[in-house]
Design a protein around this ligand. Structure first.
Ligand SMILES: *[C@@H]1O[C@H](CO)[C@@H](O)[C@H](O)[C@H]1NC(C)=O
Ligand SMILES: *[C@@H]1O[C@H](CO)[C@@H](O)[C@H](O)[C@H]1NC(C)=O
Length: 271
């Protein structure tokens, strides 16, 4: 059964799934395995891979039989065109056995939910750099994930079902502090909740605000959502601190809202 994620728009998700990936640029002949070795970290053994995964919130590793294959060239094009991720590459049979890799595979490893997502190249149709990029943007869940049509799909697919949302208007002051607290709380609640920043100035995102009955004058505001039972709540006004976020999370889980949160709800129903 397909779960829906009510705070985000299902039509968005559908759009992403239906839109066919752009055909992508042809991989030029100049893209060589030498180039790949220059731009991605070569991981020789299992401990090197583990250290690499632990060193950043998102890491991308290409597992290839050898770097001369067409698949490795697509990966090389990806690395060149999109330097925003940390890339590693491994041709070690021992590494591939340890990580249960069958055939040339591009994997993304995340800290936030300790997850790994694989794109097995020979099991995927028409893989090219553009398709690899799309795979990464969908699965790019960070300590604080920026909400967009691509990450909406990845958020839905994560095994972590509680989402904490920071509804904000990019550029407003006060929000840097809120983001900082958000990021810190995300590490403290690792594996328990996904932290998502929603910039309501982006077209279509204002509906997230109306879903939680948050007004523009309330921003920045924090909301929580459980994708399993679709329960939701808005955090009471007051400073967005790490402690406040943690208390809010645990009170939501235990089913009781804090005094402030219920006060806020009453105010809302009176309006
Ligand atoms: C590989 O698969 C085995 C058996 O399913 C599992 O126990 C092991 O944890 C897997 N290794 C990794 C690194 O995921
Ligand atoms: C993909 O490659 C692996 C290893 O070469 C092989 O075991 C597997 O059967 C292949 N899968 C498909 C769908 O061709």
């Amino acid at each position: 059964m397909v779960r829906t994620m009510a705070w985000s728009s299902p039509s968005f998700i559908l759009l992403v799934l239906l839109v066919s990936p752009s055909s992508g640029e042809e991989v030029g002949d100049s893209t060589t395995s030498e180039e790949l070795v220059k731009k991605a970290k070569v991981l020789a053994d299992v401990s090197a891979v583990k250290a690499f995964i632990d060193s950043s919130e998102i890491s991308v590793i290409g597992f290839f039989e050898d770097l001369g294959t067409a698949e490795a060239k697509d990966f090389s094009a990806l690395v060149t065109e999109h330097p925003e991720w940390e890339y590693g590459v491994s041709t070690s049979a021992e590494v591939q056995k340890h990580f249960n890799v069958t055939g040339n595979t591009v994997s993304i490893f995340r800290q936030v939910d300790s997850a790994r997502e694989d794109l097995v190249i020979n099991e995927t149709k028409d893989v090219n750099a553009a398709k690899l990029y799309r795979f990464l943007t969908i699965n790019e869940l960070r300590w604080v994930t920026e909400y967009n049509a691509m990450t909406a799909v990845g958020l839905l697919a994560s095994k972590v079902q509680v989402h904490l949302l920071l509804l904000m208007e990019k550029g407003l002051e006060k929000q840097e502090e809120a983001l900082k607290a958000f990021r810190e709380a995300a590490e403290a609640l690792r594996g328990k909740a996904l932290f998502v920043a929603v910039d309501i100035t982006v077209k279509g995102h204002e509906r997230v605000m109306s879903f939680f009955h948050v007004r523009k004058s309330d921003l920045p505001a924090v909301a929580i959502y459980n994708t399993e039972d679709e329960s939701k709540q808005v955090m009471g006004t007051g400073d967005i601190t790490v402690q406040h976020l943690k208390d809010f999370y645990f009170s939501f889980l235990s089913g009781k809202s804090t005094e402030e949160d219920s006060k806020r709800r009453e105010e809302k129903t009176e309006l």
